[in-house]
Ligand binder design. Structure first.
Ligand SMILES: [Zn+2]
Length: 325
């Protein structure tokens, strides 16, 4: 079964018809987050992008071709392990790579590619359309999302460099969202956990199908929570009513057993009888059975009186001492 992340990537890989500036920004996202410089070439690096996502590999190939007229070499390797997909490698030669890096304003840092300028002054991230495209590229190369059906929400981009992570955070901030960065092993993980923020990010990247799926899931979850909350509330009330009725019944029986029932005032006697005869009835129900009818609080008041009388009797007979009830 395809994961939610997989669905998002498939959707993001679909469209490569943007303006040239956007195609460049998206390529920059892929190169910074997913590509490595191939060190074997002494004259300069080739770029190697490896992924288990075939939509991401396809998009990378298309971007290289459409934007720079570079025909990359694609190799499909063996499955890394049983759960993983096959590793797909997209490679470019060093001369082509140099052309791409210049257009994307990237430079080499160790075996990685990083933006030559920080996001705030970056030419390629100046336009909003291009910031969206950069995020799209970053997500295709190194993004993942938890299944919104599960507990909580998590959107993350795993960056090999601090520079790219900081740029992604700045780009995400430009959409009004506060992303955090967590250093995990040798990676910099840019993440967002708030459901509404994740939805906004899906929108920013242009994954409108995934956005709608997630919103539907969120609505269903919300409704389910409300129903559960309501049921719990009802159950708590029912339990309270049952417990109170049982306590009153005990008290009335106690008074009867001690021969004091007949000496109760007529109103209390009538209320007590109805309580014993209708163990399931609520206080309002009992009130309506009385002649003349009495409100819920009136019934409660009478039953309280009965309980106090029973309590006094218990104290007198020494069954309870002050404060034990
Ligand atoms: Zn653009």
């Amino acid at each position: 079964m395809i994961s939610f992340s997989g669905k998002v990537k498939k959707e993001l890989s679909g469209n490569a018809d943007g303006a040239r500036h956007c195609l460049i920004a998206e390529t920059a996202g892929i190169l910074c987050f997913g590509a490595k410089a191939d060190g074997r070439d002494s004259e300069g690096p080739g770029a190697v992008f490896q992924t288990e996502s075939s939509p991401a590999a396809r998009k990378c190939f298309t971007l290289f071709k459409k934007t720079f007229n570079i025909v990359a070499v694609i190799r499909t390797g063996q499955r890394v392990n049983r759960s993983a997909g096959k590793l797909i490698t997209v490679m470019t030669e060093q001369a082509d790579t140099g052309k791409m890096l210049a257009a994307c304003r990237l430079e080499r840092k160790g075996s990685c590619f990083v933006p030559a300028a920080r996001a705030d002054d970056s030419m390629i991230l100046r336009r909003e359309c291009c910031r969206r495209a950069f995020l799209r590229g970053a997500f295709l190369a190194a993004g993942s999302m938890s299944d919104p059906n599960g507990k909580g929400y998590q959107f993350e981009l795993v960056s090999p460099t601090e520079e790219a992570a900081e740029d992604a955070r700045a780009v995400i901030a430009s959409f009004g969202i506060n992303a955090r960065i967590n250093v995990r092993k040798k990676s910099f993980v840019v993440y967002v956990k708030d459901g509404t923020d994740v939805v906004t990010l899906l929108g920013a990247m242009g994954a409108s199908g995934a956005l709608m799926d997630m919103e539907n899931i969120r609505i269903v979850k919300e409704m389910r929570n409300n129903v559960n909350r309501g049921l719990n509330c009802d159950m708590a009330n029912i339990n309270k009513t049952v417990a109170a009725a049982a306590r009153h019944t005990d008290d009335i029986n106690y008074i009867m057993q001690h021969g004091e029932f007949e000496s109760l005032p007529a109103q209390l006697k009538e209320t007590a009888r109805l309580r014993l005869l209708n163990p399931e009835a609520t206080l309002s129900d009992l009130g309506e059975m009385l002649e003349p009818p009495v409100g819920k609080s009136g019934v409660n008041h009478r039953l309280d009186k009965i309980s106090r009388i029973a309590e006094d009797l218990r104290k007198k007979s020494g069954e309870i001492t002050e404060g034990s009830r």
